[in-house]
Design a protein around this ligand. Structure first.
Ligand code: NAD
Ligand code: ZN
Ligand code: ZN
Length: 337
């Protein structure tokens, strides 16, 4: 099978021919139809984070495809079913986080395209209990970005407490941000979209953002404070400067939800203002299987739009450059059909 492989954090990915993998008793083999390119895959391929994957590895955690073979212990999915293979490849299933609806915090988890091979390939192995069924009628090219960009922002918007009448800032209208904006609107919030490219600012307007702020040459915090500040800010831009701006845009009692993970990401907090303003700062990591099922249901109901362009897996290295240049229509998806 064809796979895109990271062999070295400083070298381009290579397209390789690998044996089609055989599922263990608890696993399924998924024939990949669509595989989204998340900015996380770029961080993974470059070894950007304190815990790095071990090359050689296959990135990709927005895999969608059809179950082709199922091990003897697989109970919840059948051969022929379409499933998503998300970031949470598996978790222990027994710790307090796992049993209380926070499996994404499990210390024993594995991650697709990071600690186990992911979906930048024609086939991927996945744990039968951790794949998420994709409802009929959802295009696999839409389902792929929903499997990370969708579920992550669906969760982050809820962690931020968005509700009717609240004001929510979305910083970075890329793969994640264009969906965050839609979930904030579905929650009934007034929305403020921030980005640094004309294309993404236009996209934010097209998706119905109530206010659009160009962070180039603008004091974002001051401009948003003129609107009265925001109740929550969802930080999705790969930039420390954008975290400071999002923090500064909060109202008293507001919540900053940290999601983006730049290399060496840091945010210095002024203690006095944080205490007196009752500010909350919270990290948010992807979402659970249940969250993803809800994301798919919303999409099947026609409530969300996935803005994406398809590419061939062989184009992976130029695709990384396109994402870094910010010139893509929100999400790129490898079409492996
Ligand atoms: P992306 O490249 O598609 O989007 C980033 C957007 O931020 C782009 O539109 C870019 O123009 C914009 N931007 C850049 N600088 C900005 C600034 N100063 N102010 C406002 N906007 C700015 O990336 P993505 O796939 O949406 O991922 C975003 C980040 O989220 C990455 O770091 C990724 O690793 C991380 N991520 C985290 C989770 C999680 O669970 N916490 C899940 C998925 C991705
Ligand atoms: Zn992702
Ligand atoms: Zn656990």
């Amino acid at each position: 099978m064809k796979a895109a492989v990271v062999r070295d954090f400083t070298a381009p990915l290579t397209i390789e021919d690998r044996p089609v993998p055989e599922p263990a008793p608890h696993q399924v083999r998924v024939r990949v139809e669509a595989s989204g390119l998340c900015h996380t895959d770029i961080h993974a391929a470059r070894g950007d984070w304190p815990v790095t994957p071990s090359p050689p590895f296959v990135p990709g955690h927005e895999g969608v495809g059809v179950v082709e073979e199922a091990g003897a212990l697989v109970r919840h999915v059948r051969v022929g079913e379409r499933v998503a293979v998300p970031w949470l490849a598996d978790a222990c299933g027994r710790c307090d986080h796992c049993v209380s609806g926070w499996e994404t915090l499990c210390a024993e988890q594995h991650n697709s395209g990071y600690s186990v091979d992911g979906a930048y390939a024609e086939y991927v192995l996945a744990h039968g209990d951790y794949v998420v069924p994709v409802p009929d009628g959802i295009d696999p090219l839409d389902a792929a970005p929903l499997s990370c960009a969708g579920v992550t922002t669906y969760k982050a918007v809820r962690v931020g407490g968005a509700r009717p009448g609240s004001r929510v800032l979305v910083s970075g209208i890329g793969g994640l941000g264009h969906l965050a904006l839609q979930y904030a609107r579905l929650a009934g919030a007034e929305t403020v979209a921030v980005d640094v490219t004309d294309e993404k600012l236009a996209l934010a307007r097209e998706l119905g953002a109530d206010h659009v702020v160009d962070a180039r040459g603008t004091d974002v915090a001051a401009e948003v404070q003129r609107l009265g500040g925001v109740d929550s800010a969802i930080a999705l831009a790969v930039s420390n400067e954008s975290f400071r701006a999002a923090y500064g845009a909060l109202r008293r009692g507001g919540t900053l939800v940290l999601v983006a993970l730049p290399a060496g990401g840091t945010l210095e907090l002024p203690v006095f203002e944080t205490v007196l303003n009752g500010t909350r700062v919270v990290g948010s990591i992807v979402g659970t299987r249940q969250d993803l099922a809800e994301v798919f249901r919303l999409h099947a109901l026609g409530r969300t739009r996935v803005m994406r362009e398809s590419r061939r897996l062989e184009e992976v290295n130029t695709c990384f450059e396109e994402v870094l240049a910010g010139t893509v229509a929100a999400r790129l998806v490898f079409d492996l059909r």
